[in-house]
Design a binder for this molecule. Structure first.
Ligand code: INI
Length: 160
């Protein structure tokens, strides 16, 4: 999707990235920023902030979403079951926190947090050995900005 088809309405896109498992999350970030650039979004319209782990993503997403400065928030992290007994808490709270922010603010809050059993599965989803879910997350953000704009403007048409 080209950015000329996506109106950021003078706002920026925020990417919140977890530092935990940063070998994986750095690669997700590259996928996301490459996708935005390939889609015509200017680097100046993209802001990146880092947080300690995926558990901390929702509070930053909430602050950003309420500020009115962003058209979308893309959340990137990697929660790997093999490495933590509290996988379910971290992954579950990150997911439900992001969804709460999206529903509360009406902003696209995109869940690009990998939740995998093994590091190999995470590598296969982070562009290091396979597809890049960071790229997919950025693509979803652009699509959701457009979709929410269309719904707000109640434009007629059939979307695919
Ligand atoms: N955070 C992650 O993003 N991924 C993980 O796999 C992970 N593990 O394994 O525990 C993780 N933990 C840290 C957590 O997100 C918080 O930063 C920490 O609990 C402090 O609140």
């Amino acid at each position: 999707m080209r950015a000329e088809n996506v109106n950021l309405n003078q706002k920026k896109i925020l990417i919140v990235v977890a530092r935990f498992n940063d070998m994986i999350t750095r690669s997700l970030l590259v996928g996301a920023t490459d996708c935005l650039r390939d889609s015509g979004v200017h680097d100046a319209d993209v802001q990146v902030v880092w947080v300690p782990g995926s558990f901390e993503i929702p509070v930053v997403a909430a602050k950003a979403a309420r500020s009115g400065k962003y058209a979308a928030v893309i959340c990137l992290g990697a929660v790997i079951r093999g490495e933590t007994p509290h996988f379910d808490f971290v992954a579950g709270q990150a997911a439900s926190g992001c969804m709460s922010v999206a529903l509360e603010t009406g902003l696209p809050v995109i869940f690009g947090v990998l939740t995998t059993d093994t590091i190999e599965q995470a590598l296969a989803r982070s562009g290091i050995k396979g597809g890049n879910k960071g790229r997919d997350a950025a693509q979803a953000a652009l699509e959701m900005i457009k979709t929410l704009d269309a719904v707000a403007g109640a434009q007629a048409g059939v979307s695919k």
